[in-house]
Design a binder for this molecule. Structure first.
Ligand code: DON
Length: 564
């Protein structure tokens, strides 16, 4: 072989290797050239895209999408809740907004305990006593103040049009209405407007919400926190025994935070910082897994499930003990995220045998699943990216619906630890760091995330799912990065979850064989056989190598990608 020929072979081999390293799966989701919104409802994605097409940027589109979800997806979209937003601007600047709800001033550590010190069932989950000070309206106005380019009225206008047109009830939505009908009637009485028409194909209109939004559009942010809406809202909550006052609403402010940023192999992951646990917990998990090449294990094969589970077990144990509102507690992040600490944390890991959770910490508790938060991802034609997760906490929040104003109120107070060692609705047990205090923010698992690859925007991703959000987001990133899936495949792939306590792995119904479960059981893993829940509902966007965008809209819901 001539030298030249040899060189050509070497060159071709080199190209192949480079090709392998950067090779990406062909897209299977919606592909568009310039911009995209992926959210829980087509109507909301379309509102966001209409704003982008009018020349608005990703931040403008966030305002419209967030409000449109409050209309088209009242299950979780909201005016009466809160959320977190992580952004990456086209120039590479990153940041995060915390518009999480806060405890009212009247709240205190023993708020949900009776005279014997026992947690009063339902008090932090159902009705007015569960409601925390909402942050959503303040959040979108703050995003607009800092980064918006179109006038606020122009961003609210398509949502008002949607309200005037009405929203068609989907099959999945009708089922949800039916499932939560009883507690909603229990909290609001038989005459509540909310259940007038909820059959598939019905068109729902929300006249009270239309009035509220028109006032907000006209009077701005203060309408919700200091104006007529604030007065009506505080009076409504207090008349039903709740704690939120006009003074609480007037004092509410969202906070810009430094996101959690870390490297995992050739990725840079940018995610939400406390008071959400998402970024810190995912950081710990990824870095505990980093010494291994998970792609060699195979997608959802036993060694991968083991490694992921052991990392999650350890990270969630830390989450529950150390994390809380950083404005109230000091979190030893420098230790928790240090190489030495994480290496030490994985010392007891073995592929031969599960580490029982008692050996990591103590306690046994039940866990509940649900899907009542919502996430949306946006990329605009400039390359600005916005990743937002917003929630009322439970399904329809506290179930308390303000007929006069036209929206549901959150039950976010349940995300606090009502009593040390007592599980919340997600089975998460908390410690002192997440105890209730006036004006404190409750710890969250919401994980709005943006991922860079080789310095460029690569993925925008997030999910609902309470405590399962973090593992759903982490698995979606790994599906695309380590297991060569397209964005849509990565979102659709079957998921599993472990959260330290209760000490069991939960699997989705499809995609996990009996042989796999038997292999894990033989190594000491406990498997939850009773339930086959949906784990997360991920909405994500991937930037393809040629710069086009691929949407991943979760098949588990009515989620839809729209773009151009
Ligand atoms: O902030 C949190 O972690 C919870 N309030 C999220 C609730 C949620 O995801 C409900 N849907 N499953």
């Amino acid at each position: 072989m001539s030298l030249n020929r040899h060189c050509i072979y070497l060159f071709a081999f080199g190209l192949m290797l480079t090709g392998c390293k950067t090779r990406q799966a062909p897209p299977t989701g919606l592909v568009t050239k310039q911009a995209m919104v992926v959210s829980a409802r087509e109507e909301a994605s379309a509102v966001g895209v209409s704003i982008l097409q009018k020349g608005g940027n990703a931040f403008d589109a966030m305002v419209g999408t967030e409000l449109a979800l409050a209309v088209a997806y009242p299950f979780a979209g909201n005016l009466g809740g809160g959320g977190f937003m992580v952004y990456r601007k086209a120039n590479g600047d990153v940041g995060a907004l915390d518009y999480r709800e806060k405890a009212p001033m009247a709240a205190h550590k023993g708020l949900y305990l009776d005279s014997l010190g026992n947690v009063v069932p339902g008090m932090s989950t159902l009705g007015a006593t569960a409601v925390a000070v909402p942050g959503t309206v303040a959040g979108i106005f703050e995003v607009h103040r800092k980064f918006g380019t179109l006038p606020m009225e122009d961003l609210i206008a398509p949502v008002i049009e949607l309200l005037e047109r009405g929203v068609a009830v989907t099959q999945k939505q009708a089922e949800r209405f039916e499932r939560y009908r009883e507690p909603i009637l229990e909290v609001n009485g038989e005459n509540t407007w909310f259940f007038n028409a909820c059959q598939v194909g019905d068109t729902l209109q929300y006249p009270a919400l239309l009035n509220t939004l028109e006032r907000i559009s006209k009077n701005g942010r203060d309408e919700f926190y200091k104006g007529e809406t604030a007065k009506k809202l505080a009076a409504f909550i207090q008349a039903r025994g709740g704690y939120v006052t006009e003074a609480d609403l007037a004092a509410y402010e969202p906070v810009w935070r430094q996101p959690v940023i870390f490297a995992y192999k050739d990725l840079k992951i940018i995610s939400m910082s406390p008071p959400s646990s998402g970024g810190v917990t995912m950081n710990q998990m990824f870095r505990m897994m980093e010494p291994y090449d998970v792609s060699e294990f195979g997608h959802n094969a036993a060694p991968y499930v083991q490694l992921f589970t052991e990392a999650a077990r350890r990270a969630y144990a830390d989450r529950n003990y150390f994390l809380g509102d950083p404005d109230f507690v000091s979190i030893p992040l420098d230790v928790l995220l240090s190489d030495a600490y994480l290496e030490d944390r994985m010392q007891g890991f073995s592929m031969e045998r599960a580490t029982p959770s008692e050996e990591v910490e103590h306690g046994r508790i039940p866990m509940a699943e649900s899907m009542e938060t919502t996430h949306y991802s946006i990329v605009d034609s400039e390359g600005n990216a916005v990743s937002v997760t917003t929630t009322l906490n439970g399904a329809y929040g506290s179930k308390l619906y303000c007929d006069e104003l036209g929206f549901f109120l959150n039950n976010q107070m349940d995300d606090f630890s009502a009593k040390a060692g007592y599980p919340n609705m997600f089975g998460l047990i908390g410690a002192e760091a997440n105890s209730i205090a006036p004006a404190k923010r409750m710890l969250s698992s919401m994980t709005p995330t943006i991922v860079e690859k080789e310095g460029e925007l690569w993925m925008v991703v997030g999910s609902p799912g309470g405590s399962t959000i973090i593992t759903a987001v982490a698995q979606t990133i790994l599906n695309a990065h380590a297991f060569g899936m397209s964005m849509q495949e990565a979102v659709n792939a079957p998921r599993f979850h472990h959260q330290w306590l209760p000490d069991h792995i939960v699997f989705e119904q499809e995609g996990f064989s009996e042989a796999l479960k038997n292999a894990l059981t033989s190594k000491g893993y406990h498997i939850n056989q009773d339930r086959t829940p949906i784990l997360g509902k991920v909405d994500a966007i991937r930037v393809l190598e040629d710069g086009r965008l691929e949407g991943g809209a979760d098949r588990r819901g009515d989620d839809t990608a729209v773009g151009y």
